[in-house]
Design a protein around this ligand. Structure first.
Ligand code: MG
Length: 321
C-alpha cells in the first residue's frame, strides 16, 4: 500500500523532528529523509510530499494527516492512495451496505455531536439506545431524515423521541471548552473524549436495566486508530465500536443522537442570545466575525470566552481590528 500526502511547512518541521532518530542513512533524490516507522517506510520530499509505504501505511498516513489538519485548520489535505481506488470503493460500498442492512434492526447505541463547526455555542454529544421495537415509532416521526430537518421540526419532535428512548448527553459549554483547549488538545480529540463519555454512560445505563446491546456505532469523524489513540490512558474506554461515515443516514440510534444533540444545542444557543440580547449566527462565517466584534464592543473581550470557541480563526480576526 502506498499513500501520498501533501503537507505544510509546519507539519514538515514536526516530521523532521519526529523522525530525527529513525532516518535511514541514504536519502533518495529530492527527499529530506527516508525513515522506518515499524512496518512503514516514510519518505518526506522537499516539496512537502510525504510517501507512506507498507502494510500499515494507512495508519501512519492517518496520524500525520491528522497532525496536518490540527496545525492547519480549514485547509484541505491532498491525499492519494495508490491502490485501485475505484475497485476499492465499490468493494467498500458493497461491504458497508451489507453491514448496514445487518445492523439496522439490531439493538444499537449510536452517537453523534453538534456545535463543533459553530463559533458560538457549546458542543453537544449524545448517545442513544434504539431497538427493533422503536423503529416504527421513530420512522413515523421522520427521524431517518434527520439531516434535512428544520430547527422548528426538531423542537417539535425531539420531546417525543426522548419520551420513548434512552439517551445520554453531554454539553461542553464555551467556558469549559476554552479552559480545556491547549497545545495538547484539538477538536477531534475533544470529540473523541466526549463521544467516549456518553457512550460509556449510556452503556452503563442500558446494562443496569439488563438490556442487551448488539453494536455501538459512532458517526465517524476520525480514523478509528486515531480515535483510540486520543483515549489512551482513560479508565473507561468503550471498545468494539463500528464506525460509519454519514451514520445518521444509516442508523436510527445515530439519527436520534444527532437530533437530540441539535435540540439541546438550539436551547443553549437561545440562552446565549437572551443573555447577550442579540441574534447570533451559526457557523464560522464573516457574519460571525461581525457579531463577535459587537459582543467585544458591548461587553469586552472577556465575554467572548463565555460564548465562543476562542481557538477558531475568527478570534484572530476580531483581535486584529
Ligand atoms: Mg457527526
Amino acid at each position: 500500500m502506498t499513500i501520498t500526502l501533501k503537507i505544510s511547512e509546519n507539519t514538515k518541521e514536526k516530521m523532521i523532528e519526529y523522525f530525527q532518530d529513525k532516518k535511514r542513512v541514504k536519502t533518495p533524490p529530492y527527499a529530506v529523509f527516508q525513515a522506518d516507522e515499524a512496518d512503514t517506510v516514510v519518505t518526506l520530499y522537499e516539496s512537502g510530499k510525504v510517501v507512506f509505504q507498507g502494510i500499515s501505511a494507512d495508519i501512519d498516513a492517518a496520524l500525520w494527516k491528522q497532525m496536518e489538519q490540527n496545525l492547519n485548520p480549514g485547509k484541505k489535505v491532498e491525499e492519494t492512495n495508490s491502490e485501485n481506488k475505484k475497485e476499492n470503493k465499490k468493494k467498500d460500498d458493497y461491504e458497508t451496505q451489507k453491514l448496514v442492512a445487518k445492523l439496522y434492526d439490531k439493538r444499537t447505541i449510536g452517537s453523534d455531536e453538534v456545535g463543533t463547526g459553530d463559533y458560538f455555542g457549546p458542543i453537544v454529544v449524545t448517545a442513544s439506545y434504539v431497538t427493533k421495537e422503536d423503529i416504527p415509532y421513530l420512522e413515523e416521526l421522520g427521524v431517518k431524515d434527520s439531516k434535512k430537518m428544520s430547527d422548528e421540526k426538531i423542537l417539535e419532535i425531539v420531546p417525543k423521541i426522548i419520551q420513548k428512548i434512552s439517551y445520554s448527553s453531554v454539553v461542553l459549554n464555551n467556558h469549559d471548552y476554552n479552559e480545556r483547549y491547549d497545545a495538547n488538545m484539538n477538536m477531534n480529540k475533544m470529540k473523541a473524549l466526549l463521544h467516549n463519555r456518553v457512550l460509556y454512560q449510556e452503556l452503563q445505563k442500558v446494562k443496569k436495566e439488563e438490556k442487551e446491546v448488539d453494536a455501538v456505532i459512532v458517526d465517524q469523524f476520525a480514523n478509528p486508530y486515531v480515535y483510540y489513540h486520543y483515549l489512551k490512558g482513560l479508565d473507561h474506554v468503550v471498545r468494539k465500536i463500528t464506525f460509519f461515515t454519514k451514520a445518521e443516514d444509516k442508523f436510527l440510534s445515530v439519527a436520534c443522537s444527532s437530533l437530540i444533540s441539535r435540540y439541546i444545542f438550539l436551547k443553549e444557543f437561545h440562552k446565549l442570545e437572551e443573555q447577550l440580547q442579540m441574534k447570533l449566527p451559526k457557523g464560522a462565517s464573516q457574519m460571525v466575525d461581525e457579531t463577535a466584534k459587537k459582543i467585544v464592543e458591548q461587553y469586552g473581550f472577556e465575554k467572548l470566552k463565555e460564548v465562543a470557541k476562542l481557538n477558531f480563526k475568527n478570534t484572530e480576526k476580531i483581535k486584529e481590528q
